[in-house]
Design a protein around this ligand. Structure first.
Ligand SMILES: Nc1ncnc2c1ncn2[C@@H]1O[C@H](COP(=O)(O)OP(=O)(O)OP(=O)(O)O)[C@@H](O)[C@H]1O
Ligand SMILES: [Mg+2]
Length: 152
């Protein structure tokens, strides 16, 4: 499924709708070039998950953990600077197996080996206008599919 998003606000609504549909255990890999909107999406997604803390780009820390609604946690990884899977892969492996955790990963190339085959992927690409983005969802998760179709 692919959609064209026309503004930051529309992206935020779509992301919040997807975050709102999560029940724990979801693994969402975000794919796209620098500046395509992965972290921006994560902020809106976190809002939908009831995260009240300010979501920041985890680039310098590799990952950040946020408390979310219903006893859930959002684990946000940005592995852009990771050149080998090392110990980080064990951390990721633990997150993706935890039913109380919703995992979002940017630049997950180095840890593909520990990502579940059934994960959701969202691919972002630039549109023609400055705030236009194409957002492609690949998932088997019915709740996420419905939220994607409805949100934004
Ligand atoms: N519709 C939109 N959706 C998302 N971001 C948008 C949109 N329109 C404009 N932007 C801008 O594009 C930039 C997206 O940056 P963001 O940090 O989210 O990208 P990223 O994919 O996480 O990049 P990186 O690979 O460096 O982590 C932000 O400055 C944001 O304000
Ligand atoms: Mg980012």
């Amino acid at each position: 499924m692919e959609r064209t998003i026309h503004s930051l606000e529309e992206m935020n609504r779509l992301a919040a709708s997807l975050g709102g549909s999560c029940a724990g255990g979801e693994v969402v890999e975000l794919i796209g070039d620098v500046g395509a909107g992965k972290t921006t999406f994560t902020k809106g997604f976190a809002e939908g998950l009831g995260v009240t803390d300010d979501v920041q780009s985890p680039s310098f820390t590799i990952s950040r953990v946020y408390a979310a609604r219903d006893g859930l946690e959002l684990h946000h990884y940005d592995l852009y600077r990771l050149t080998e899977p090392g110990i980080v892969q064990y951390d990721v492996a633990e997150s993706v197996q935890d039913s109380k955790v919703v995992t979002v990963i940017e630049w997950g190339g180095t840890v593909q080996g520990v990502l579940p085959a059934g994960r959701t992927t969202i691919t972002f690409s630039y549109g023609e206008a400055e705030t236009e983005r194409h957002v492609k969802l690949q998932t088997d998760d019915t709740r996420l599919k419905e939220a994607y179709a409805a949100g934004g």
